[in-house]
Design a protein. Structure first.
Length: 218
């Protein structure tokens, strides 16, 4: 949903300002990232970029066996027969799985339609090869018609607009926690085990990396 909102905003501004949009994929433009890329009139990536993952995923765990083993009971009270759908602490119900798969199919179809509307005749393979959730390198994505070329921001923009082109960096804001951690570490007053290479810092990095990749459906 967030990718859809950003996509629509980019397209609305492009039409309002009558501007051509160039998109450059660096590490990953997969799943919601590829949906964002489709907001561009032209998409470029590196040969080693990860592109695609045009699918929908829902992942969870089942803890019922573990709960029985340790003697824990799950107690859930609902108003509405389906409020506990896919509760990981309750046995999985075939009807629940059928329901979530139906929703996934709706979302997947909307994703496919968006890609087709933007890439059109550039796509060179049938649906059952492109829209399975698979992802590819930038080199293969070019062959499949998912991107328009292999390049990077600086090189392509200089090619289009000349060597005098200037870029404006839009950087994300730093969280309060990160700013405090930096101040404490630099001042030497409070470290909390968050010094570079420390266990806590490594754990935070691992969690952030895992959360980031999970967003791509990888």
């Amino acid at each position: 949903m967030q990718s859809t909102l950003i996509y629509k905003r980019i397209r609305a501004l492009a039409e309002e300002k009558d501007l051509k949009v160039y998109v450059f994929a660096e590490d990953v433009a997969a799943s919601g990232g590829y949906m964002l890329a489709c907001a561009g009139d032209e998409i470029y990536a590196d040969e080693s970029s990860i592109i695609g993952s045009i699918g929908v995923i829902s992942a969870s765990f089942g803890f019922t066996g573990l709960m029985e083993k340790v003697g824990v009971q799950r107690r859930v009270y609902t108003a509405g027969a389906n409020k506990d759908v896919l509760d990981p602490f309750l046995p999985e119900k075939p009807a629940d799985v059928k329901r979530i798969k139906a929703i996934q199919l709706d979302v997947h179809r909307a994703f496919i339609d968006l890609v087709k509307s933007r890439r059109g005749a550039k796509i060179s393979k049938p649906d059952d090869e492109l829209f399975t959730g698979e992802f590819w390198s930038g080199k293969t994505a070019l062959e499949l018609g998912l991107i328009d070329g292999l390049s990077d921001l600086r090189s392509k923009m200089r090619e289009v607009f000349g060597d005098d082109v200037r870029f404006k960096l839009v950087a994300p804001s730093t969280s309060w926690f990160r700013r405090k951690r930096s101040v404490f570490t630099q001042s030497g007053l409070l470290d909390f085990g968050l010094s570079p290479g420390g266990l806590a810092a490594d754990a935070i990095s691992a969690i952030e990396a895992r959360a980031l990749w999970s967003r791509f459906g990888l």
